[in-house]
Design a protein around this ligand. Structure first.
Ligand code: NAG
Ligand code: NAG
Ligand code: NAG
Ligand code: NAG
Ligand code: NAG
Ligand code: NAG
Ligand code: NAG
Ligand code: NAG
Ligand code: NAG
Ligand code: NAG
Length: 368
């Protein structure tokens, strides 16, 4: 009697687990050890996942986290081989068992990710944080599930091979968000992006010590991004914005006017008033653009660059906030007061943070 009760219980438990498995819940831990399957991404990645804009990208049902692995010859592909084989056995032809939400590689000494690193497993978000030795990702590491990837994020890696990284990013046709901070990427190639659904590109953040050591932005790097809404580039090594670097092509028109705004954030102390090539800020196809500067060495706004920018769309805006400590009431910025002063209320004027609306430029400047 007792025995059959236990047996019955056992069968129930086993059956429930089996149902869980085919209902695309987590596989048992022993299959993916030392990685873990979680129903949500753990909180230490809050920064990565939410950034400042807590938008839920994917419904987190099952994600895999591989963390605190300090064996430099560790083969991560083996884990996913086991998981693929295991899922084949339990799958019952149900393809969903192979699909996961996020993959997070966190605080490991892994140096290299090989071709087809996840065997038959797919992810919507790929996240790599605090892997200071991660130097190489094979160009076909994620190719077989490239059409599933919507989010790609890195923070504190040793990735420096821009050609390979951008060829990987280019494969992700359905990418929606890209966020790469404190890696070692030195350039963004010409025509780097061509993504119909991509809305956020973040290289660095304005409110924390995060950047990307980009020295050069290629021509038309962001040209083929009809839905782009946020572009952040913070680099201590960026000296110049070339004529075609920020050029925009088509845009996808939304009903809601504000969503048509493109916000561009630029920062880095090598950026100064002479960093902008002629017409570099006038190639937005009369799109509404809000350009914000943080921690630059800009001292004045060259009329030849910024006046055409403000005229390219009647709503376009500039923000030169207090982090730009060298910006003063330079004679070469006097045109802003003459042409764009509407009202002392900051919000009515199209150059936010301009400190010279009431400054008397006639005293020291020769104004024509
Ligand atoms: C390190 O990883 C390799 C390859 O996965 C494995 O053979 C080895 O046993 C691991 N070493 C330790 C100390 O875990
Ligand atoms: C991966 O998928 C392919 C194609 O469906 C299949 O032939 C192969 O056996 C799978 N590999 C593993 C390790 O499950
Ligand atoms: C990585 O983990 C180790 C020990 O688990 C810890 O001492 C170290 O601070 C962690 N590093 C980061 C960057 O989180
Ligand atoms: C980072 O990569 C470079 C090669 O690009 C290599 O020389 C260096 O040792 C790597 N650093 C770390 C911490 O792995
Ligand atoms: C952009 O991608 C589309 C397919 O998504 C392709 O047809 C087109 O040729 C690409 N354009 C460029 C300039 O790479
Ligand atoms: C900023 O981060 C770098 C490493 O990424 C570090 O060397 C530096 O000390 C940090 N600076 C501040 C002010 O936190
Ligand atoms: C980028 O700038 C930082 C800060 O000025 C500097 O430490 C670093 O060496 C520069 N990197 C390159 C590749 O020039
Ligand atoms: C930018 O300005 C700061 C503050 O005045 C100064 O310390 C720094 O040397 C300047 N950097 C460059 C590249 O001119
Ligand atoms: C801007 O920086 C460049 C070097 O990157 C320098 O040659 C030039 O004099 C600076 N211009 C101003 C106005 O500070
Ligand atoms: C005019 O310039 C002189 C010397 O550069 C400076 O001392 C004075 O404060 C300036 N006056 C105004 C109104 O900016």
């Amino acid at each position: 009697m007792m025995f059959s009760k236990i047996l019955y219980l056992f069968i129930i438990v086993f059956f429930n687990q089996y149902i869980d498995l085919i209902n695309c819940k987590c596989p048992p831990n022993f299959v993916i050890k030392p990685c873990l399957c979680k129903s949500a991404i753990p909180s230490h990645t809050g920064l990565l996942f939410d950034d400042t804009n807590p938008e839920t990208i994917t419904v987190q049902k099952k994600s895999i986290v591989c963390e605190h692995i300090y064996n430099s010859s560790f083969n991560i592909q083996l884990i996913f081989l086991k998981l693929s084989l295991f899922n084949n056995i339990i799958s019952n032809e149900d393809e969903n068992v192979m699909h996961f939400d996020s993959f997070l590689l966190y605080n490991t000494t892994i140096k290299y990710l090989p071709e087809n690193v996840f065997i038959n497993i797919t992810f919507k978000s790929l996240m790599f944080q605090d892997n200071f030795q991660l130097t190489t990702i094979d160009k076909n590491a994620f190719s077989y599930f490239k059409n599933y990837v919507e989010v790609f994020e890195t923070l504190n890696t040793n990735l420096s091979d821009s050609d390979t990284i951008f060829s990987i990013i280019q494969q992700f046709q359905y990418l929606r968000r890209l966020s790469m901070h404190n890696d070692r990427l030195k350039f963004i190639p010409n025509y780097a992006f061509n993504h119909t659904y991509l809305t956020h590109i973040w290289f660095g953040l304005e409110y924390s010590n995060k950047s990307q050591p980009i020295e050069k932005i290629g021509d038309y790097a962001f040209y083929n991004l009809p839905k782009l809404q946020f572009l952040r580039i913070f680099s201590p090594n960026l000296t110049k914005i070339n004529k075609y670097s920020l050029a925009q092509r088509n845009r996808f028109i939304l009903n809601n006017g504000i969503s048509n705004m493109l916000e561009i954030y630029l920062g880095g102390e090598m950026l100064n008033s002479t960093s902008f090539e002629l017409t570099s800020l006038s190639r937005f196809r009369n799109r509404f653009v809000f350009i914000r500067f943080y921690h630059t060495n800009i001292t004045y706004f060259d009329e030849n660059i910024f006046q055409p920018f403000l005229e390219s769309n009647p709503s376009s805006l500039i923000d030169i906030n207090p982090t730009n400590v060298l910006f003063k009431c330079h004679c070469r910025s006097a045109w802003i007061q003459y042409d764009y002063f509407k009202n002392i209320d900051q919000i009515d004027n199209r150059v936010y943070g301009y400190r010279c609306w009431e400054y008397d430029f006639t005293k020291n400047c020769t104004i024509k």
